[in-house]
Design a protein around this ligand. Sequence first.
Ligand SMILES: [Zn+2]
Ligand SMILES: [Zn+2]
Length: 304
Amino acid sequence: MRIGFHVSIGGGMHRALEAARQRRCQTMQVFSAAPSTWMRRKSNPEEDAAFVAGCQQADIRPVFTHAPYLLNLASADRNLWQKGVSVLAQELNIANRWQALGVVLHLGSAGGQDPVKGLKRVIKAIRQARDRTDGPSLVILENCAGQGSVVGRTMAEIGEIIAEATPERIGVCLDTAHAFAAGYAINTPDGLDEMLQEAESAFGLDLVKLIHLNDSRSALGSRVDRHEDIGRGHIGREGFQVIFSEPRLRHLPFIMETPKIPGDDLADDLSNLRRVRRIIPKDLRPPLPPLLIRIIHQPVGRTF
Ligand SMILES: [Zn+2]
Ligand SMILES: [Zn+2]
């Protein structure tokens, strides 16, 4: 078991690495650039190499990137769809340069169109983005809460996409808050088992590459995506006890995307980390990476 956070890349990649170390991450996730813009990061071989070396030095692995929110690969709007494919291909190239295991992707919303058509568009987009790039970084499909006509609420649906797109360079991310809101009672042994069995027959649990570890502010089956601090939501402390005791998940990286108060996100993350570690059975609790004491601050007002 490895534990980490989604950290901000604002201020540069060295800041993301520093944020990960302050949070005592053993694994991490980052956006490659601001998630609400189409602009992607330009290649900077020196910066990329420093990031890769820094992650290795701090033993932070695996690293994941998260595709921007603007992507909608299920969209019937041709222009938007093509832009999405191009951005996903660029994200895969960035992930390769950063030696990230893969790009975590929300599958998008079919909108008013026939859901089957939306699904087909997602499959085509994944195939095209993959064809435009060389490996080894994976396209990692994330399950969603199921709000509106979003694609990827059930394990079966994710399985359909993977079967059509072929499992080559594909992974799956299971988000605990999304699964719970989607109607999987993963806070109970039976509910968790049911989801994992469905995943096993739909695409095979070997394809699961990470867990997004979030509690849910919204109720079971509500289909509303609202993250909560670990142990303080509807999954709750006991629910996470069930999740951490599950042998089929134990080898995976667990990455938190828990809520943060702007300006005080380090304290929020560290208190979530403390709670998580208290819930994990003692014999399974991973070692805590050393505390980063020396923090390098860039001079204010200077740009590089
Ligand atoms: Zn997530
Ligand atoms: Zn979410």
